[in-house]
Design a protein around this ligand. Structure first.
Ligand code: SDX
Length: 463
């Protein structure tokens, strides 16, 4: 805590040293010394900076949390400048090389790699909770054939909270474990059911004899009684699952933490993550990249397309990142796997467009000056397409592995003594102390006969 007297005495004319920030409020001439821990200050320490005794005190203002740490976390480390990504301290490159998605999910949740016995038990528990209540199928019947599968997944993940009401006891560690298992186990089934509904195909039930990624491919594509997943494709999908498992405090994880902070059950908190991931600026970008590549159509059209991006007509989807100001390490790994997958499934002309688009963009000062590099979504869609996964399922595929990250982050939130219900403040910019005006005394036409000539425009900032 800052103390004015101490700060004033010690900062008169000489450096105070130590991990503190000396602030002088020029409105009052008062000086404050605020502790610095982990390279941050507690914005609550700003509240004693006042201009009058009954003043609320100073706040920090940080729309979209560009420079705000919302929590302490030990799950994922990212160095955006160096392009480093580590889960529980292990580099993503090593996890993709040596691990499996289920083992990485265990690592995220338990902060250590499992022994063989622990992995066997974890795998057994996940594989034996892949079935969902038959009523989920009735829920799906309410959707049109062209319902977006992310909208269906959003609803069905939230619906899980109605099948497991005891999960509301968020302090019970057995309930927490079972929710973690059920979410990691059932989201692929819900995802596959959404796909099968959209195709008008009968549902395929989980097959406990298959691995996690093989089982998902089987639930997507099995027809009649046989489905032999190509092990190379299943392996590529498993690597993609590892690459999408967690990414520290991204938009959807922030949503899970914010909603989870109200102490709602974990299924509802994870449903909030699904909703946030749906957005094209976040998980929806992989779907948008494929549509962008199809829109470009040929390498010859790339210069005109990039001119349009530079004229702000549209974004170069799959490029840019809030944290990575260098090449997203996940994009580098995915690009390697694209070549391997296409060797199995056959060439895709969109890869040539994507590769040339990346080359041209990285030769262009508009992108490099803004530190815009390919992110995880730029190449992933090419693998999904090679696996015959339809474009509107791409973000659903992202949600499947990110479920383990959301679960791990939710568990960390629950165990963090510093956390409480998330409730940010605001800078109020609206009117004050207005009197209510009876409708008869308001300006405008007395009354309108028939439908209103035009809908009232929503107020636009600065309108
Ligand atoms: C994911 O946070 C995570 O970790 C997310 C994620 C995860 O694993 O959870 O990594 C997954 O969401 C990856 C990002 C997927 N989204 C896209 O590919 C959509 C396209 N990218 C952009 O919308 C954008 O880059 C964001 C949203 C990713 C990041 O936006 P920021 O950090 O808010 O950056 P910004 O919008 O302030 O952009 C800075 C400048 C601006 O130019 P100026 O107005 O300053 O001149 O760069 C421009 C932007 O216009 N810019 C782009 C661009 N991205 C940023 N211009 C063209 N194309 C782009 N893609």
């Amino acid at each position: 805590m800052a103390t004015k007297d101490k700060a004033k005495a010690e900062t008169d004319g000489k450096a105070t040293g130590g991990d503190t920030l000396s602030i002088t409020d020029n409105r009052t001439g008062e000086s404050y010394e605020i502790e610095i821990n982990d390279g941050t200050i507690r914005t609550m320490d700003l509240r004693q900076i006042k201009v009058a005794e009954h003043d609320f005190g100073m706040m920090g203002y940080d729309p979209a949390f560009l420079n705000t740490a919302s929590c302490r976390s030990a799950i994922t480390y990212i160095d955006g400048e160096a392009g480093i990504l580590q889960h529980r301290g292990i580099p993503i490159e090593q996890l993709c090389e040596h691990s499996t998605y289920l083992e990485v999910a265990y690592l995220l949740v338990f902060d250590e790699l499992p022994t063989q016995a622990q992995l066997d038990r974890w795998t057994y528990d996940v594989i034996h909770h892949t079935f969902v209540h038959e009523d989920i199928k009735k829920m799906n019947e309410g959707y049109r054939h062209d319902a977006h599968p992310m909208g269906m997944l959003l609803a069905s993940v939230g619906a899980l909270s109605t099948f497991y009401p005891t999960a509301k006891d968020t302090e019970d560690h057995e309930e927490r474990y079972m929710a973690a298992i059920r979410l990691i186990a059932k989201v692929p089934t819900l995802a596959a059911f959404a796909y099968r509904h959209s195709m008008g195909y009968p549902y395929v039930y989980p097959d406990n004899e298959l691995s996690y990624s093989e089982n998902f491919l089987s639930m997507l594509f099995k027809m009649e009684n046989t489905y032999e997943p190509d092990p190379r494709l299943a392996k590529a999908l498993d690597v993609l699952f590892i690459l999408h498992a967690d990414h520290e405090q991204n938009c959807s994880t922030n949503a899970v933490r914010a909603v989870g902070s109200s102490d709602v059950d974990p299924y509802s908190a994870v449903a909030a993550g699904v909703a946030a991931l749906y957005g094209p600026l976040h998980g929806g970008a992989n779907e948008a990249v494929l549509r962008m590549l199809r829109q470009i159509e040929s390498v010859e059209n790339i210069p005109d397309f990039l001119e349009g991006v530079k004229n702000r007509e549209q974004k170069l989807m799959g490029f840019g990142h809030r944290v990575y100001k260098n090449y997203d390490p996940r994009a580098r790994i995915i690009k390697k796997h694209v070549d391997e997958v296409l060797e199995v499934t056959g060439e895709n002309p969109l890869l040539e467009i994507a590769t040339e688009l990346e080359k041209r963009a990285l030769d262009d000062d508009f992108f490099t000056s803004r530190k815009l590099y390919p992110n995880v979504d730029f190449y992933s869609g090419l693998i999904y397409e090679a696996l015959r996964i339809p474009t509107n399922m791409f973000t659903v595929i992202f949600a499947i592995p990110r479920t383990s990250g959301w679960v791990a982050q939710w568990l960390e939130l629950k165990d963090d003594p510093e956390q409480k219900i998330a409730r940010p403040r605001q800078i109020y910019t609206g009117k004050r102390d207005q009197d209510y005006v009876p409708i008869a005394e308001r300006d405008g036409p007395e009354k309108i006969t028939g439908p209103p000539a035009r809908r009232p425009k929503l107020l636009r900032r600065g309108a």
